[in-house]
Design a binder for this molecule. Structure first.
Ligand code: NAP
Length: 275
């Protein structure tokens, strides 16, 4: 991923994040730390953008930014307004990273490989996984797992969305009556719903329903240890929190913008509040 960047040598770079809201985003902290570590001069700006202003914002990006991230609620809408999409972003139907190459805006999805980057760093290798959720993040995760040879089951509160997702991207849907058995028997459980976000007592599963062995990943990162992860840790399962995926997508986005390796450890320290 590091070869075709917009290039950041010998000039100030201008990066940012488009979303609504964006004030809470940890990305400025992470990318500013990356620029400092590599002695790149530049800014990473918060770009609050209501839906009706998205096209105008993208015109500004074309004019004066090397690249931007895209977050809620624009990941799908932005993908239809760019000059080109890479194959992964086109298959997932969402972009979270845009690179400006000489005035052409190219859309990428680094949520998907960023999630996988974190999984690999945690030592998890292809096998069976159960994904909870069928929204944008779940689509990215299922796409990446399936394309890397995992066998993927998907459960979602609204069953029709899970069915649609697996028809488009692969894997199979789990119905509510079979969920508990599927959780127990699958060695990798991934929460890709928004349940737990901002609420340390909320969980997408009833208390005590956990895999009998293996690992649990929660992509929610606020709080960092969700109730699901706490219960998994207490049950002796390996756990991986959402900050690692956030870091992974940031590392891969930074490499697309700069064309060189990202300083992952400096970025992690910044996310953890260490700098
Ligand atoms: P989304 O498109 O809005 O999807 C939300 C998903 O959560 C849907 O599957 C929805 O089910 C489910 N859900 C919501 N409330 C629920 C409830 N009370 N009970 C059961 N299921 C519920 O959101 P998204 O963009 O996929 O994001 C999902 C989460 O991932 C968010 O918390 C986001 O912050 C996090 N995220 C983290 C990273 C990272 O880097 N760590 C990256 C992207 C996203 P229905 O279909 O039934 O509505």
């Amino acid at each position: 991923m590091a070869k075709k960047g917009a290039g950041c040598k010998n000039r100030a770079v201008r990066l940012g994040i488009i979303g609504d809201p964006v004030a809470h985003s940890l990305s400025p902290r992470m990318h500013q730390a990356a620029m400092s570590a590599l002695k790149i001069t530049g800014t990473y700006e918060l770009l609050p953008t209501p839906a009706e202003a998205l096209a105008g914002r993208l015109a500004e990006v074309r004019e004066s930014y090397q690249g931007v991230n895209v977050t809620v609620p624009h990941k799908v809408a932005a993908s239809g307004l760019l000059d080109e999409l890479d194959q992964r972003a086109a298959s997932i139907g969402a972009v979270n990273t845009i690179v400006n190459r000489g005035g052409r805006l190219i859309g990428y999805n680094t949520d998907a490989p960023g999630f996988y980057w974190a999984l690999e760093r945690a030592g998890l290798t292809p096998g069976e996984a159960l994904v909870l959720g069928a929204g944008g993040a779940a689509r990215a995760i299922v796409y990446e797992l399936v394309s890397r040879g995992w066998l993927v089951a998907v459960y979602n509160r609204t069953p029709s969305r899970a069915q649609q997702l697996v028809e488009q991207l692969g894997g199979w849907a789990v119905v509510a009556g079979k969920l508990e058995k599927a959780v127990k028997e699958t060695p990798l459980l991934i929460n890709a719903t928004s349940v737990g976000l901002g609420d340390p007592e909320a969980s997408p599963l009833p208390a005590g329903v956990l895999p009998e062995r293996g690992a649990v990943v929660d992509i929610v990162y606020e709080p960092r240890e969700t109730r699901l992860l706490r219960e998994a840790r207490q049950a002796g399962l390996k756990t991986l929190d959402g900050l690692e995926m956030l870091l992974g997508q940031g590392v891969l986005a930074f490499e697309l913008w700069t064309g060189g390796p990202a300083p992952a450890e400096a970025m992690r320290r910044a996310l953890l509040g260490g700098e």
